[in-house]
Design a protein around this ligand. Structure first.
Ligand code: NAP
Length: 346
């Protein structure tokens, strides 16, 4: 692949979503945009665990979304819808998407685009939307992490976890984390976690409580569920909140629910399925509260590795093996060097 095609665009699609689903390079028409959308010439696209779910056939795109994988991109605005007045051609943005990010061009809701903070490159910017929206909405809006409260991040070395640790630390919270190797635990500590425990080496709940001087934790951000729930309910402080964002350990649970009488809350959400208006509110909050920390260099996207679009299969292999710490990113041939859009058929 040498660069943007003269007609249409390069993209990566999922062939036969399901257990044997695989990625393949393809040609697609350049997307058209709605009145409240912009067209982005993509420079980089972030990988997410959800993309793996989509290729395995477990996480189909919502109605109306592109069938191409890719929930976040960075790039340059090349077309602006009539009701997307905030943006103009040439703006450098990153965007949260319902799909379609593994491509040279993508249409994005204008309300879910954010300006790339000064000094950030396209790869780092592409790694931000999904993690920032997920962490802000679940830890702070839904979980209500308040001044002086503690946070436990399960999967602290994940794309989501590396951002959650930094963000909560930057806002003055005591952050605990779990990870699956000593090296990943060290990475969590380097990002600000006061304690990171290797969940393969013992009971995370006992280790975290001991590390918190015997006290419970105020908010737990959980992507495991399954047999973690019982221990998490016991680990929560009175009035604590358990926020579930994934169920990698299973959805069927045996737990002692009498713990709930300590005024506990269990909640959760899925970003992709939220109504557009809710996502727009999260975007506003992220720009107001998270963007200044990025611009000031107090937090950053942790980039594990970058692959060219045509090596998306290798990028997925790395994520499926769980070898990464932080975010994996795909880079596009154009690298954000804006060219004119040619809509002749692909
Ligand atoms: N609800 C939402 O809106 C939403 C949005 C975005 C992401 N998510 C979910 O959040 C999770 C992270 O997403 P991502 O894209 O950042 O994925 P990722 O980088 O692939 O991270 C997956 C993480 O899960 C951790 N993990 C697996 N089993 C664990 C266990 N038993 N105990 C503790 N940690 C465990 C892994 O830890 P090790 O590698 O250290 O073993 C890894 O850090 C995914 O499950 C994703 O589906 C949900």
């Amino acid at each position: 692949m040498t660069g943007p095609t003269a007609t249409g665009m390069h993209a990566v699609e999922i062939e036969s979503p399901g257990p044997s689903g695989r990625l393949q390079l393809c040609r697609r028409p350049i997307p058209t945009i709605g009145a409240d959308e912009v067209l982005i010439e993509v420079a980089a696209a972030g990988l997410n665990r959800a993309d793996i779910g989509q290729r395995l056939g477990r996480y189909p795109p919502p109605p109306g979304a592109s069938d191409l994988p890719g929930l976040e991109v960075s790039g340059v605005v090349v077309e602006v819808g009539s009701q997307a007045a905030r943006w103009k051609e040439g703006d450098r943005v990153c965007a949260l998407l319902p799909g379609g990010g593994y491509a040279e061009y993508v249409s994005a809701p204008a309300a879910l685009c954010l300006p790339i903070p000064e000094g950030l490159g396209f790869a780092e910017a592409a790694a931000l939307p999904e993690a920032c929206f997920t962490v802000w909405s679940n830890v702070f809006m839904r979980g209500g992490l308040a001044d002086g409260e503690s946070l436990l991040v399960q999967g602290g070395a994940s794309g989501i976890g590396t951002l959650a640790i930094q963000l909560a630390t930057a806002l003055g919270h005591r952050v605990f984390a779990t990870a699956g190797s000593d090296e990943k635990c060290e990475a969590c500590r380097s990002l600000g976690a006061v304690l990171a425990v290797n969940y393969r080496k013992g009971d995370f709940a006992a280790m975290v409580r001991e590390g918190n001087s015997g006290r419970g934790i105020d908010v737990i951000l959980d992507m495991v569920a399954g047999d973690y729930i019982d221990r998490e309910l016991k680990l929560l402080a009175d009035g604590g909140r358990l926020v579930l964002i994934a169920y990698q350990g299973g959805t069927r649970v045996t737990a002692d629910f009498s713990e709930i009488r300590r005024r506990l809350w269990i909640t959760g959400s899925t970003l992709r399925g939220l109504p557009s208006a809710d996502k727009a509110l999260i975007a506003e909050a992220v720009e107001a509260r998270v963007w200044p920390l990025l611009a000031a260099g107090k937090i950053r996207a942790v980039i594990d590795s970058t692959y060219p679009l045509e090596a998306a299969e290798q990028a997925h292999a790395r994520m499926m093996k769980g070898e990464h710490t932080g975010k994996i990113v795909l880079s596009m041939p154009s690298q954000g060097r804006s060219t004119s859009v040619d809509r002749r058929p692909a």
